[in-house]
Design a protein. Structure first.
Length: 1097
């Protein structure tokens, strides 16, 4: 046998040599900003496999770092995706591919591909926006806002000052998808004397969340504290531990108090930001409110607050503690270090007497605490929390050194609101306390003395009440500094101009705006009495103004900042003296630059010692105005080279120019659109033919975006003594804000310019809950290669309060028999309840269906009784953990076949802004096709597609359009169903063709309500916009429903049998079930979903 024959046989095994098939060449694409896509055209294959390695040759037919079998083609292509890999220009991928065609396998070997450019998700090349050096791509990335250092657990970037999270508690917490009630026994390190239950003591009424305590005996009967309590079904703690089940023995009784707690852990987590909670504290002995941030992942450990706890506000309920507010970080469970970093404020009256605004601002360099706008605490880690904690014996401190200086507060945290009672750490041992903290009988002694404290629990005062919760992204603020010996108070103003309402007049203020982009920055000096008017701000942008008084001879401020919200308005003019546009920097940054300091001293004709400079009020002003020196008027800042160095470091430089006297650079670093660091430095001498800044400490990586500003001064400046502030004015030139994406790490001795990529992020009216988007960006996508519970919530509940009254329960079954991903497709196949373990046909009439374990709805348990049988059908449903306002939703699906089946491809309200009854907050039905093949009314068969925007189910849809499939049915094949939701219309499309459109009338969508709905239902939308109720956050739901009121009573099957139930009749479910022998055999095709995609407008 020849060598040629051996090679050929290996290349196309299982096929006669004269008919050897050639595998189509693979197309490889580098996706910007990250990702790899490999595809081949479909040629009747049943499998495609890709194996590859990055920058390393394959050893024969090894699996490689990429090793994936694809079992389904999409849109005529077999595609492999890696969404996380960061590819840079020059990277090489070595690979081989394999396909199965007509039952036989074929392979393409020795593939090699080099990254030479990038494409977007649509496969379009990412192009430059101007003229650039040959061989280079633009270094400009443009975002529609200034990015914040805040991070969130949802897609998209975060803009400074953006409202990331809000709940005004206008509907029951069970109706939305924001909060998860805790069901568990809390344990270490505080061991409180309560159990958290999802009970009637958690309620929302008239826009207020209320959490009350009550005794365990009041719910379960006298003496139950000495019994057992099993919370396993529905427990949110660790199953199989004391968090989910306890039994009393000896002095160890059950927690005698029931309280409640809700968290945003499943819906919203964030890192760095400002959280505001308006709340009324509970009053009653041994009550403790829990208004706090808790760690999502416990990266630094589970025990003893190793991963930290951030208390936004706490006030103990006893009278002797009720005037003492405290908040801040906790990093140890026991004293004395437990309260080391907590800050206190003593009130004039009890904090529980009224509502107050409690605010915690969490930054990369510290934590600030406010109440009603007044700052009462600052926590700065300086060199980190670890050194101090280690000295105090905190075991977990050794783990924090692996993080930043804010560790353990440098990870994602979620919001928790709850009520706690007693415990072994919150209250010091005192004579009037009925237990001692270290006693094994602590909880028992507390309970035995209940007649001492329960009388202080007055019904109207014991609840923790919360009006709203809001989280904002961090923002740079204006700072107004006032040199005075007096303290002053400021009142928040909600609209431009901000009023300074105090009794101080004719004081000197200096206003420094720090808006990041130099051409927009201004410096203002002037004498003010009662108001400050600021111009040169953008329209429709919310800014904040911070005012601070200080003394020259005392370190630190003498009064804390107050915020004033500023919005640009028409008709305002400057009434204060204004310097030329520029930016303000502290002169202490120049102390290391001896040339500048020497020049300043020479210009002043006096000796200026460095220690004096540090304590003086000294600023350097970089004035951006036209240079008046004739020989430099034609100067243009050359192209700036930005480099990331190996193993770490940052470098920026321009070519040497004898005219340059000073270079200033400010740069911020972002990974995945999140702030990770910055530099800000002056350069006063050239180095090796370059004006260059370099450090070896900045940790950059491929994909990091550098946002930078450069100022070049061509002459020395002059000191300015025109006011009490010593200013150093320098004329020069500045770049606008520019951005550069790191595509490679370079050796320190390599000064060549790296390749970069340009992409434009254009503004969009689409909003992401907790994030932001670029115009045209894919903001949510799932191809259903696997079932991703990070994207979806698998629903489990009984839809008894569903306005369509379906005959189903949604269940998350361990066997995946109802809802599963198979061959790249989501499959929802309903089954019968009687076929599940533990159930029979007779069970429907008497057995309990308990779905408390992982229940996601408001009804979690029901019992069959008489005519009210259990829901006979089990179905599946997914709810996205992602929500948005305005966008394009695209779903490729194949509709189900079977009598009385219909799909649920919906957009549903996240917050239930306008109410939760009868879809009062709206539902967008993207596509509905009934599963019946034949009925006396064809509109209710699978030949007709329906879609609608429901303002509520009582008033029926704004439009109820249908579209007939002429040559077949909508269930015969996959189709792409989509909705385009904008502030002015809602458009439904199928396979790219618009088939239904609705626009608001004179009074908005309310204009299309029928007359009988123009009373209470119309009033629900008061205060909304013209698209109300479709003007707030919606999430995507995918499910399959059965029966209910969607089918009119007039329907008859092909053999003349009437629909087996009458809508809203007490026997509706029972009569439907009695007809099982007729409808169940028709269920021959499940709901199949190939992919879902949501794009920004």
């Amino acid at each position: 046998m020849s060598l040629f024959f051996l090679v050929s046989l290996l290349g196309c095994f299982g096929v006669h040599l004269t008919q050897c098939y050639e595998v189509p060449p693979a197309k490889l694409e580098a996706i910007f900003p990250k990702g790899l896509r490999v595809s081949i055209p479909d040629d009747g294959f049943t499998l495609f496999a890709f194996h590859g390695k990055l920058n390393e040759e394959m050893e024969g037919l090894e699996a490689g770092e990429w090793s994936r079998d694809i079992t389904k083609a999409k849109n005529g292509l077999w595609t492999f995706r890696d969404r996380d890999v960061h590819l840079k220009i020059g990277d090489k991928i070595y690979f081989w591919t394999f396909v199965i065609k007509e039952g036989k396998g074929y392979r393409q070997d020795n593939g090699e591909w080099t990254v030479t450019g990038y494409v977007n998700e649509a496969g379009e090349p990412v192009t430059s926006g101007g003229k650039y050096t040959p061989g280079r791509i633009s270094d400009s990335i443009i975002y529609p806002c200034e990015l914040s250092e805040s991070k969130v657990s949802v897609p998209g970037f975060v803009c400074k000052g953006q409202l990331l999270f809000e709940d005004n508690f206008n509907s029951d917490i069970h109706k939305g998808k924001i909060w998860t009630p805790e069901v568990k026994f809390p344990g270490e390190p505080d061991y409180p004397f309560n159990v958290y239950l999802n009970d009637k003591n958690i309620e929302v009424s008239e826009g207020i969340l209320s959490i009350k305590p009550k005794t365990l005996d009041s719910k379960f009967g006298d003496g139950h504290v000495r019994q057992s309590l099993d919370l396993t079904y529905g427990c949110t703690g660790i199953i199989g531990t004391s968090e989910c089940a306890r039994e009393a023995f000896g002095p160890q009784i059950l927690p005698p108090i029931i309280t409640g707690k809700i968290t945003s852990k499943k819906s919203f987590n964030f890192k760095y930001g400002r959280i505001e909670v308006r709340a009324k504290m509970p009053q009653g002995n041994w009550l403790i409110p829990e208004i706090q941030l808790e760690p999502k992942e416990n990266i630094y450990g589970l025990h003893n607050y190793a991963s930290g706890l951030l208390r936004i506000a706490a006030v103990k309920g006893n009278p002797e503690y009720s005037k003492k507010l405290y908040g801040g970080p906790i990093v140890d469970g026991s004293e004395p270090y437990r309260s080391k970093h907590l800050k206190e404020k003593i009130g004039f009256q009890q904090w529980s007497k009224s509502f107050h605004n409690y605010t915690l601002e969490w930054r990369r360099d510290g934590i600030s605490l406010y109440v009603d706008g007044e700052n009462y605490g600052e926590i700065s880690p300086q060199e980190g929390f670890s050194p101090d904690a280690k000295e105090n014996g905190t075991v977990s401190s050794s783990k924090w050194v692996k993080g930043t200086i804010m560790a353990p507060f440098d990870e994602m945290f979620y919001i928790s609101l709850g009520l706690s009672v007693g415990g072994i750490n919150e209250f010091p041992d005192e004579s009037n306390k009925p237990w001692t903290n270290k006693s094994t009988k602590a909880m028992l002694n507390f309970w035995n003395e209940r007649f001492q404290w329960i009388s202080t629990w007055v019904e109207n005062d014991i609840a923790l009440k919360v009006d709203y919760v809001r989280v904002y992204a961090l923002v740079k603020l204006w700072t107004v500094k006032m040199n005075t010996e007096k303290k002053y108070d400021l009142v928040n103003a909600e609209q431009y101009p901000g009023l300074i309402q105090d009794d101080i007049t004719l004081e000197k203020y200096q206003v420094n705006t720090t808006l990041s982009n130099i051409p927009r920055e201004i410096i203002v000096n002037g004498n003010f009495q009662s108001q400050v008017l600021i111009t040169d701000v953008e329209y429709n942008v919310m800014y904040e103004l911070r005012l601070l008084a200080f003394k020259d001879n005392i370190e630190g401020p003498m009064s804390e900042p107050r915020r004033i919200k500023i919005v640009k308005g028409d008709g305002y003019h400057a009434v204060i003296q204004k310097l030329p546009t520029g930016c303000l920097f502290s002169l202490t940054m120049l102390l290391r630059q001896i040339n500048v300091i020497t020049h300043l001293i020479t210009s002043n004709k006096q000796r200026l010692k460095m220690n004096n400079v540090r304590t003086a009020i000294v600023f350097i002003v970089l004035i951006l105005q036209e240079i008046y020196t004739q020989n430099v008027t034609d100067y243009v800042i050359p192209e700036i080279t930005i480099q990331a160095l190996k193993p770490k470091g940052f470098r920026a430089f321009i070519p040497a120019d004898p005219r340059i006297n000073l270079l200033h650079i400010e740069a911020n670093f972002y990974d995945s659109l999140q702030f990770v660091g910055s530099v800000r430095e002056f350069v006063t001498t050239e180095t090796n033919g370059r004006w260059m800044y370099e450090d070896r400490v900045s940790q950059l990586k491929v994909g990091t975006v550098v946002v930078y500003y450069v100022f070049v001064a061509l002459r020395r400046g002059e000191p300015d003594y025109s006011n009490q502030f010593l200013a150093y004015a320098v004329n020069g030139y500045a770049t606008g804000g520019k951005q550069h994406k790191i595509t490679e790490l370079q050796d320190p001795d390599d000064y060549s310019a790296p390749s970069t990529v340009q992409i434009e992020c254009r503004p969009t009216i689409t909003r992401i809950h907790g994030g932001a988007a670029c115009a045209g960006q894919t903001i949510f996508e799932d191809d259903f290669d696997v079932l991703r519970e990070d994207l979806w919530q698998i629903d489990q509940y009984i839809p008894k309060d569903h306005p369509e009254h379906p005959f189903i329960s949604y269940q998350k079954l361990p066997s995946d028999s109802v809802l599963k991903v198979e061959s790249g497709t989501l499959k929802i196949q309903p089954i019968l309840q009687q076929d599940l373990p533990g159930f029979t046909n007779n069970s429907l009439f008497s057995k309990v269906l308990d779905l408390h374990d992982e229940c996601t709805g408001s009804v979690c348990i029901t019992k069959g009784s008489g005519l009210e049988i259990l829901p006979p059908v089990v179905s599946g449903r997914l709810s996205s953990k992602f929500s948005f306002i305005y966008g394009i939703v695209e779903i490729r699906a194949k509709m189900p076949i079977g009598d009385w089946l219909y799909p649920e491809l919906f957009l549903e309200s996240l917050t239930k802004k306008y109410g939760s009854t009868n879809y009062a907050s709206g539902v967008l039905k993207i596509a509905t096709v009934f599963g019946n093949k034949q009925l006396n009314e064809p509109l209710y068969t699978n030949k007709f597609l329906r879609g609608m925007a429901l303002t509520n189910s009582v008033c029926k849809p704004v439009r109820d359009d249908t579209k007939e499939y002429i040559n077949g049915t909508w269930s015969d094949d996959f189709h792409v169903f989509s909705v385009k939701w904008t502030p002015s219309s809602i458009e439904l499309s199928v396979d790219g063709q618009i088939w239904s459109r609705v626009r608001p009338g004179k009074y908005g969508l309310r204009s299309w309500m029928p007359i009988y709905c123009r009373d209470k239902w119309l009033k629900l939308l008061n205060g909304g916009g013209k698209m109300a109720p479709f003007d707030h956050y919606f999430y995507l739901s995918l499910g399959l429903s059965v029966g209910g009121t969607e089918f009119p009573d007039s329907l008859k099957t092909s053999d003349g049998r009437p629909k087996p139930w009458i809508n809203l009749h007490r026997k509706a479910t029972l009569n439907f079930w009695k007809d099982e022998s007729n409808w169940h055999p028709t269920w021959i095709q499940p709901l199949l979903i190939d992919y879902v995609k949501i794009k920004a407008l």
